[in-house]
Design a protein around this ligand. Sequence first.
Ligand code: DQA
Length: 141
Amino acid sequence: MIIDIVNGPNLNLLSKREPEIYGSMSFESYLEVLKSTYPSLTIRYFQSNHEGELIDYLHAIGFEKTHIIINAGAYSHTSIAIADALRSITAPAIEVHLSNIYRRESFRHHSYIAQAVQGTICGLGLKGYELAIESFLNSTT
Ligand code: DQA
């Protein structure tokens, strides 16, 4: 099974960025944990701070036999274009947020991405990515 993790703006700063909210582990370190937990999976990772690059990446992989885990960061709350890209492709997608967006500022309570994916996992930190993988694994068995 192929898993594509797509992270949006500022998630490249995990471990340095507001660690009291987002934790102290970098995504690169967590990716190594994920890869060793799931050695039989092909786990690809793409991060960009640019909306158009995220859309281009979704277009590039979205018709492959892959499974997308997307954390669009702040674009979750603003980007109809990324939501449309997710609707335009055939690969299934799950949205992840590290923080519980519903316990934070009201502008974070709405996600355009949520309307275009199978489901959303939020508030469980990096574990959310693993739970999304588990969901994909369980849906094929
Ligand atoms: C986030 C939540 C967003 O509101 C924020 O803009 C982020 C990270 C999360 O993972 O909790 O960049 O998507």
